[in-house]
Ligand binder design. Structure first.
Ligand code: PEP
Ligand code: MG
Length: 847
């Protein structure tokens, strides 16, 4: 076995201070070592030379890894590696000298561990230098064969390291992705080598896939072990983190159990329809004929390339996908909260998984193209996860496929196509083993009434998207679901988590009735969405949309948006992977203004930093990015970002429209004065019209000093997402704190009241563009506090408008007074006596 000490003597496989005349000679010599050790047939060296002619095997840092052609695997008798140490080196390619030549013979996965070590080794300059000069073959054995990196793919059970702690896993649903990601994080920051072992299986806890592949269940005894300097305290800190997750895991399981045993909410059939029980994932009831989605086998062309360009392409694709995932996490956190976004964090972890990347490299080394190798590695590992028979891990396999598809699309854009071409015209119940988030996101909602999947979980990205699309959905229905024939009539109950197959006429009629009643509530809200949000006693509240791109404006207006209250321009930078030029920006701002047709447009200047990192700007890494150079602080330090944006905005303003500029993360008057001066200089230079200049109130200091800032700002828009995190000192992205980080906290409400008071002193208007504005109760409360504009996700608009239109401002003011006096969030929530927008399926609840 390659991952273990070689069965032949090390001397036989390592040639110290070898002498070669050129690269081909080096390849032949290493091939002969392999042949002499009985690993390959004598003509394998020809295959190695031929392989080198079509693909470069120089890994970097003076290491080359020649190996035979894929079609010559039959010449490999047993897996093995052999090494030439070339103290003077040999030119491998122009400008590249190889000092260590590692010949590989393999027709199984066993040399993954060797490759992993090689990839680590080429980053360890000091160790490489030792190996280049050592006279002792054992040094190579220790570096490449020694059992130092745990890999679940290794056939032999690994031994524990010197320091050990035993524990029995007490997470009721076993080690699923969320706690496993926390283990990975703790392991990576521990600074020592750690191992987790259950019976004969072990894993490196810094690899998410390796951990998940162990399939640990509640009650499994595990041994954690560590080695290296400071192993004991590091191990204890790691185990403390592992144990600290138990409370939350138990509480979550208890909540889930209570929910499962609760009487089924909503619609109940009377007849004898067959029921398939699953888990509710997106609310609502849908009727339709079943369309079973055939498993889609992606055909990835195999275009061999040399290792260096393949590795570079993979690296670029992974970097781009990481940036995409980051944007997705930010967006989901903003729209649905940190808890829902946690699942994408776990998905993003998969992109850094050494097992996955090493397996991909190994497959490339075997002579395959990078896209093919990546797809194959993802399929193999996802297959292993699915085979463990644990539905939680099976869901992670779907996540892996999904992340895998994103990377593939980066490697080869022609592989980005969707898979839903053959959906029937009439809205159907889409049944599938699982749906990837990308598949769900690209669903044609005119042709799908509801979704039922055999696998998946309610917190999966797909379920989140189904909710966003308003499609009733049930997940984890099991294999029975896939046995339902296409064309069968079915009802999906996304509240009760059930699928009813072949319902009778009476049940169909009552289900239709139920759907009609739900729709009526929504319709009554939507019918009035075009009407202004004026309270019964005549106070008008402007309701605007948070929209980042011109193509989203039409939908926002159709939902009843009266303008755009927040355009987050940093997404232009995050989504494009490049810095948009002044001309590109001007065109976008103009297109926004034109799409709005004289309605108001508030464009927020770049709010980069904190959770919104833009990789291509290469900004310094900060220890506390939320408390660092973010928003206005960055703009003032980077005129190369600020000035082109302001120029683009004033150029757009010259063409007409009702454009305002807003600055994020203002902390002090000085910043505001300086930014205004910059605006004025650019405006004068371009001879552009004056536009209102407002600021976000998201830092407590700004709320407290609102009376000072209001003297210099034309308006305020309160960013309650950030204001909440800064007032409560709770990271808005931390899933552990998601339940407590509530914008309805009385302390946050008091900050809002203070802001309004400060603005009033100077006759300025105050809006809110954080998530609370899209919650009907939150919106009513804000109106009572004196906010005159609310800006939100377009889908939230009808319910918010309906709530305002059915209220009296006097009542809302009384409500606000009570909320300000409340002792905690629960007391504030208790003031919500309902109203339109509080019913089942109502939008805005997740804002
Ligand atoms: C906010 O902080 O509430 C806000 C609207 O800004 P963002 O969510 O973009 O930080
Ligand atoms: Mg903010």
């Amino acid at each position: 076995m390659l991952a273990d000490a070689p069965t032949s003597g090390v001397e036989e496989l390592v040639r110290i201070d070898a002498r070669v005349v050129n690269k081909v000679d080096a390849i032949r010599q290493v091939g002969q070592l392999l042949a002499a050790a009985g690993c390959v047939s004598p003509d394998y060296e020809d295959s190695m030379v031929a392989r080198e002619e079509i693909a470069n095997t120089f890994l970097g840092a003076g290491v080359a890894i020649p190996h035979g052609l894929g079609e010559d695997k039959g010449k490999v008798r047993r897996d093995g590696i052999a090494i030439l140490q070339l103290r003077d080196g040999v030119e491998w390619n122009p400008g590249q000298r190889a000092h260590i030549v590692v010949g590989i013979a393999a027709n199984s996965d066993n040399h993954i561990a060797i490759l992993r070590r090689l990839t680590r080794l080429i980053q360890d300059e000091a160790r490489l230098e030792d190996l280049r000069t050592t006279g002792n073959p054992d040094d190579f054995r220790r570096a490449l064969w020694a059992d130092e990196a745990a890999a679940t793919t290794a056939a032999q059970p690994a031994r524990d390291y010197s320091q050990t702690v035993s524990w029995t896993l007490d997470y009721p649903t076993g080690l699923h992705a969320r706690p496993a990601s926390a283990w990975v994080e703790a392991a990576r920051s521990s600074g020592v080598r750690l191992r987790v072992r259950h019976g004969g299986e072990s894993a490196d806890p810094s690899s998410l896939i390796a951990l998940l592949q162990m399939g640990l269940r509640c009650g499994d005894p595990v041994t954690f072990s560590a080695e290296g300097a400071g192993a004991r305290p590091a191990l204890e800190a790691f185990v403390a983190r592992v144990r600290s997750l138990s409370g939350r895991e138990k509480a979550d399981a208890e909540r889930a159990a209570q929910k499962a045993s609760a009487p089924v909410q909503g619609w109940k059939p009377q007849g004898e329809a067959r029921m398939i029980a699953g888990v509710a994932a997106s609310p609502g009831l849908a009727i339709g004929t079943v369309h079973v989605l055939a498993a889609h086998d992606l055909s990835v062309p195999d275009q061999p390339c040399d290792l260096v360009s393949g590795g570079t392409a993979l690296n670029t694709a992974l970097t781009r996908t990481r940036a995409q995932m980051k944007a997705l996490i930010d967006d989901t956190t903003r729209r649905l909260g940190a808890g829902d976004a946690a699942i994408f964090r776990a998905q993003a972890e998969l992109l850094d998984d050494t097992d996955l990347i090493t397996l991909t490299c190994q497959i490339m080394v075997e002579g395959h193209g990078v896209a093919w190798a990546w797809h194959e590695a993802v399929s193999r590992i996802a297959g292993q996860l699915s085979a463990l028979g644990n539905p939680v891990l099976a869901a992670r396999a779907a996540d892996l496929h999904d992340v895998g598809r994103r990377v593939l699309a980066e490697l080869d854009p022609s592989l980005a196509a969707g898979t839903m071409a053959d959906l029937p015209e009439a809205p159907c119940i889409l049944v599938a083993a699982d749906l990837s988030p990308s598949e769900t996101a690209t669903l044609d909602t005119a042709r799908v009434a509801g979704i039922a999947t055999a696998l998946g979980g309610p917190t999966s990205h797909s379920a989140i998207l189904a909710r966003t699309l308003g499609l009733p959905s049930v997940v984890a229905g099991g294999a029975d679901l896939l046995g339902v024939a296409s064309g069968t009539l079915a009802i999906v109950d996304g509240d009760g988590g059930r699928v009813w197959v072949d319902p009778g006429e009476a049940d169909l009629a009552s289900a239709r009735d139920w759907i009609d009643r739900l729709a009526a509530e929504r319709v009554s809200q939507e019918a009035e969405r075009g009407q202004p949000a004026i309270t019964l006693d005549g106070t008008s509240i402007e309701v605007a949309a948070n929209v980042n791109r011109p193509d989203q404006v039409a939908f926002a207006l159709a939902q009843g948006g009266e303008g755009v209250g927040l355009m987050r321009t940093e997404f232009l930078f995050l989504e494009s992977g490049d810095t948009p030029s002044e001309d590109e920006q001007a065109a976008i701002y103009l297109a926004m203004a034109e799409a709005l047709d004289a309605r108001s447009l508030i464009v927020r200047a770049l709010d980069i930093g904190g959770d919104k990192q833009v990789p291509h700007l290469d900004l310094p890494v900060e220890e506390n990015p939320f408390l660092g150079v973010r928003g206005a602080r960055l703009l003032l330090r980077r005129p190369d970002l600020l000035d082109p944006q302001l120029r683009a905005l004033y150029r757009a303003a010259k063409q007409g429209g009702a454009l305002s500029i807003m600055f994020p993360m203002i902390t002090s008057l000085e910043e505001l004065v300086e930014l205004r001066a910059r605006c004025e200089a650019i405006r004068a230079e371009l001879d552009a019209p004056h536009v209102p200049i407002g600021i976000m109130i998201e830092v407590p200091a700004a709320a407290v000093q609102a009376h000072v800032l209001a003297g210099h700002a034309d308006f305020f828009s309160i960013g309650t997402n950030d204001l909440t995190q800064y007032v409560l000192a709770m990271d808005r992205q931390n899933p552990e704190l998601a339940a407590q980080a509530q914008s309805l906290h009385p302390a946050v409400l008091r900050m809002i009241a203070m802001t309004i008071e400060g603005a009033k002193a100077h006759g300025r208007w105050v809006g809110v563009c954080g998530g609370i504005a899209g919650d009907p109760f939150g919106a009513a409360l804000l109106a009572g506090l004196g906010v005159s504009e609310l800006s939100m996700t377009p889908r939230d608009i009808p319910a918010v408008k309906a709530r305002i239109r059915q209220s009296r401002i006097e009542d809302l003011q009384a409500l606000a007074r009570q909320a300000l006096a409340a002792r905690d969030v629960a007391a504030v929530r208790a003031l919500d006596t309902g109203g339109i927008g509080q019913g089942a399926g109502a939008p805005g609840k997740a804002a």
